[in-house]
Design a protein around this ligand. Structure first.
Ligand code: C2E
Ligand code: MG
Ligand code: MG
Length: 387
């Protein structure tokens, strides 16, 4: 698959099919995921490697796809040698592991071998424990990180972030288990747990004490492709007695451009339902404001990696300033993520950034700690205003 999933699946399918047709005769192409394909090659390792290398090479130059903006794609291939002892139920996992190993090593192709097994076994274990975690009472919980308005320090809302304390593996960071879950349909179960079971329940409670207040919830590319996703959220909002204006959904730019048709449909439905949408992690990879303005979103969250480099890099500071300016011209609210200190806060204030999220304001907190924090914070602000 491409490193940045930025093609519609149709374009990608056409592309891979074309390359497959060019390189093989009589090889069937199986689709494993959004941008994951599998070939069965007879003729041994040499034939397989040759085919894989040719496929990868066809994506070496930027794609044009009838658009003026060239799109860079990095594709990699994992190879698994099949034998009579290969357990077919492990094949997909082996392929994914080998492809990920190729990506990590910056290699075009990689042959699966048992040394990769450790990594693979951990992912496998994580995948296999998701269902149990979702059903358990104490493995998963949400923490909340406040988002503050720069102009007056008001608390605009909070982002809900998932935590998993795994009975064997300990505390698993979402950066590890979410990408694993995203390769399967477990991701939609996780989203439903976060949104319907927990996020909305929490905001229903908080609405009564802190208002106006918005809870921001992360969703994944796969959710946008679920035909009933928006409807489920709307039904769930009604069930919890929460107005749509009390939540915001965060979607990474990768997810938007990965399947633009599905994303456009879902974003229109969300807008009609009165639910606002934020683009998450802007500037963390391939970023294209010119392309993003096509999507009806409300908020642009600039990624920590870009934000944290603005003090050191003149150029990154310029990128952030122009992104803020451009986003404002498009009517977006701009949030800086991962602001860790006062200096950065001051620079962002000068750059007219609207809102801040980061350790400088607060680390993510449990629901109880968050309630305490918000009371203290409001009391401080009142005293400041009086004094
Ligand atoms: P994200 O949505 O960009 O969330 C912000 C991440 O930055 C969080 O990491 C947060 O703890 C961290 N962070 C906030 N301020 C600072 C700071 O000042 N310094 C540093 N170093 N880090 C800061 P976390 O909670 O580990 O989550 C990582 C990612 O996992 C999230 O990035 C999001 O993409 C994903 N994720 C977390 N919870 C969920 C969820 O419920 N659903 C989905 N689909 N993804 C989630
Ligand atoms: Mg987020
Ligand atoms: Mg982010």
């Amino acid at each position: 698959g491409p490193r940045q999933p930025i093609l519609s699946s149709k374009n990608f399918t056409d592309l891979v099919r074309e390359s497959a047709e060019r390189n093989t005769s009589g090889t069937t192409l199986y689709r494993l995921g959004y941008a994951r394909y599998e070939f069965l090659v007879t003729g041994g390792l040499t034939a397989a490697t040759l085919l894989a290398e040719r496929c990868v090479a066809t994506h070496a130059s930027p794609l044009l796809l009838n658009k003026p903006i060239p799109i860079d794609v990095t594709s990699v291939a994992g190879i698994v040698k099949l034998s009579i002892t290969t357990d077919p139920s492990h094949l997909l996992g082996f392929l994914i592991t080998a492809a990920e190993a190729a990506r990590e090593a910056n290699a075009a192709t990689m042959l699966y071998d048992s040394r990769m097994k450790l990594v693979h076994e951990r992912s496998f274990k994580i995948l296999n424990s998701i269902k149990l975690a979702l059903a358990s009472k104490d493995q998963l919980h949400l923490v909340f990180q406040p988002r503050v308005r720069v102009s007056d320090g008001a608390i605009i809302g909070a982002e809900a972030l998932l935590r998993w304390s795994h009975p064997e593996l300990g505390n698993l960071p979402p950066a590890e288990f979410i990408p694993i879950a995203e390769q399967t349909s477990f991701m939609s179960l996780i989203t439903d747990w976060v949104v319907e079971k927990n996020g909305l329940r929490q905001i229903a409670t908080w609405q009564r004490c802190f208002r106006p207040f918005k809870l921001s919830i992360n969703i994944s590319a796969m959710d946008l492709c679920r035909l009933d996703f928006v409807e489920r959220v709307v039904v769930s909002l009604a069930r919890h007695g929460v107005p749509p204006s009390a939540i915001e959904l965060e979607i990474t730019e990768g997810a938007l451009v990965q399947s633009p048709e599905a994303a456009s449909t879902a974003l229109d439905q969300l807008r009609n339902a009165g639910i606002s949408v934020a683009i998450d992690d802007f500037g963390s990879g391939f970023s294209n404001l010119a392309q993003l303005h096509r999507f009806p979103v409300d908020v642009l969250k600039i990624d920590r990696t870009l934000i944290s480099s603005i003090l050191a890099s003149e150029q990154d500071a310029l990128i952030v300033r122009s992104a803020i300016e451009f986003a404002h011209a498009l009517g977006y609210t701009v949030v800086a993520e991962g602001v860790e200190d006062q200096t950065l806060y001051a620079v962002l204030e000068q750059s007219l950034c609207d809102e801040i999220q980061g350790y400088y304001v607060s680390r993510p907190m449990t629901a109880e700690a968050f309630e305490k924090w918000i009371r203290q914070h409001s009391a401080c602000r009142l005293r400041e205003q009086e004094g």
